[in-house]
Design a protein around this ligand. Sequence first.
Ligand code: HEM
Length: 478
Amino acid sequence: MQVEGRYGECMSQNIPPGPRGYPLVGVLPALRADPVRTFLDAADRYGDVVHMKAGPYHGFLVSDPADIRHVLQDNARNYHKSPLYDRLRDSLGNGLLTSEDAFWLRQRRLAQPAFHRQRLVTMADAMIDCTEQMLERWDRVAASGEPIDLVEEMMALTQAIIVRTMFSTDLGATAEIVNRTWPIINRRIGETFWATKLETTLPLPANTRFRRAIDELETVVYRIIADRRRDKRDEPDLLSMFLSARDEETGASMTDRQLRNEVMTMLLAGHETTSLALSWTYLLLSQHPAVEREIADEVDRVIGEGRPTFAHLDRLTRTRQAIDESLRIYPPAWGFSRRAIDDDELGGYPVPKGWLVFVIPFVVHRRSKLWPDPDRFDPDRFTPEREAARPRFAYIPFGGGPRGCIGNQFAMVEAMLIVAAIAQRYHVALLPDQDVRPEPLITLRPKPGIRARIERRAPGRGGGALNAMAAPWPPAGH
Ligand code: HEM
């Protein structure tokens, strides 16, 4: 039985409350216009389990850690990636991020050794090499006083790192292709998450640009694979693991198409998110100079003027806490979703087979019952005591369960080393009066970018000249 609730919402004994939206399309127009705000408002108003109808889909928005744990971990077998990942499949193909079941498991097992602790120690060294190359350039930038686009800088750096660590090469001149094509792909996927198949296949200029960008990006990926096949180097990296993998039953190696999908997935999933995490961290530090000073002091104390290494990381507590808190406030992977492949139950409500479940870190990380005063930047939330007191699935910047991020530790090592290496020499001074907003595409990007000056820092003197920026979040009403 369906009844109308206080806010005109849909109420039924078997369906959780939720916004009614419009006939037929439900909340689709709102999700297309402002997905983050729509999910946030829905959780604020209706609570832990919210019913949402969006176009042809019915879905549950869940934001209680126990329900999230159920979907991502305890009953993960019952949840496949939702049809909203089809847009991602158009570009990444059937790779680690988008594949399912036995095929996914085989690929995940193949890739896992590339992320083992021992490999991370070696890769940390490559991360610092790449960072030092950037810092040498920053020496000149600092002297010139010219502002930089911080997001572009972080993107170029994490890109160099992923290519070097996973594929033991560099992009050289083809970096330009990645930098030009990926934003086109990212934007189009973000725009078309909720589009019909027809809207994405019509020969519209935006679709043609999208296809062309994928074709161009693919040439970079095929070149990486062809170069390695030609020079037959035996590097202990991810590419070697994929190239030498043989099917247990047939003895067949991975097809070129499959290799392309996995390399493309790792190239993109492995750099964009971390670069955004770093960009948001600097934005937050510019608003919280005391924390920036604590990080600078910690780096002086733990590393001094020497080269940062993996061994220092355990003692960079404040640096880690600040990055953790930045990932809470601005989770680069701001939302993901699943489709129930069989009937299930969530929060006491039946989940019919085929319905979607939305897990939105941006929302979960702002639930005030889990995070008191959630809009406040407070790295102390990540002291060991407070972490231990929170349910594990209250903090999900890397997802969780079997489909959790394979690069979780890699990303944290990378982000901490980069922040530490920068803090040894520089203060990143954001230009005043920038209106930076989170833009939810596939990832959460700072729009229109972040402009900053690089200022040399005298060791032992904390941050440089500080100019706090206006907070881009919370928006009105929060
Ligand atoms: C701050 C940085 C990062 C964030 C916030 C992040 C976030 C995530 C999240 C939330 C998922 C799960 C998506 C879902 O459940 O649908 C995921 C999966 C994945 N991530 Fe990351 N990630 C980051 C860095 C990396 C890095 C550095 C790599 C590779 C070196 C990577 C590779 C992947 C892959 C391959 C998957 C799919 C795993 C699977 O399904 O087996 N990520 N990431």
